[in-house]
Design a protein around this ligand. Sequence first.
Ligand code: UDP
Ligand code: MN
Length: 262
Amino acid sequence: MLFFSLVNYRDHCIFTHPKTLLDFSHLSASNVLDICQPKLENLDVTNIDIINAFPIPELAEKYPFVKKGGHYSPKDCKSYQKVAIVVPYRDRLHHLKILLNRLHPMLFKQQIEYRIFIIEQAGNDRFNRGKLMNVGFTEALKYENFDCFVFHDADLLPENDKNLYLCDNNVRQLSSAIDEMRYHVMYYNYAGGVVATKKETFVRINGFANSYWGWGNEDDDFSARLQSSGILLTRPPEYIGRFKMVRHKKETRSEHGFVYLC
Ligand code: UDP
Ligand code: MN
């Protein structure tokens, strides 16, 4: 006789190394030849400038490889995925300048074809991060058939160049270790900050919810969508998924936010 119930439990959040994002085993040998293969051993922790916020025209001079519209494509090889970086935004210009000064040189080193989209909320309604992500997804696809979307808070700066901004077949939280959280995952299901998802995966989970106005809950809702579709949340190991958060005042939690989640 059994004195306990056996529950078939499966982890739905797992750590995977960025090298798994460069698995080209499904491609033919001749196709692999053209594909950019960044050498992870040459990429590492970079000192991040969180003090100097360069004006955008100065940034354009500093990084001449970036084309108009925040776009870059490697010259000598073909990027494995075309990546859209989507930043929800309102009234955080200082953060934005610091972020751009970090992302452009890092993505250049990672040899990734990308375009950065800043999705600005107009008007004085409460901020709606989820809806801005969905707008970014839809608008980006009008430019290019992107394979991979990185949804990126404006105040988070990746510290380790090894943290490849590419997508796997699950949803990947690139910001697994934020300094404000003493460089640990905030909580098991946490899917906020910086997350990367393939176009098809985002469609399958029907994107973010549009219904959360004000701070909080849209990230937990997103996490619940993954789980109910059997999609894992993958993360780089914490020593690679390190991010600095630029300080800002804390917003107040949205009213009735939990109602939709329950
Ligand atoms: N955000 C913004 N303006 C705002 C509120 C939020 O641009 O007034 C964007 C910005 O990209 C920010 C993200 O939404 O990084 C998440 O908001 P916040 O940083 O306030 O959330 P927290 O870090 O407190 O979870
Ligand atoms: Mn923040």
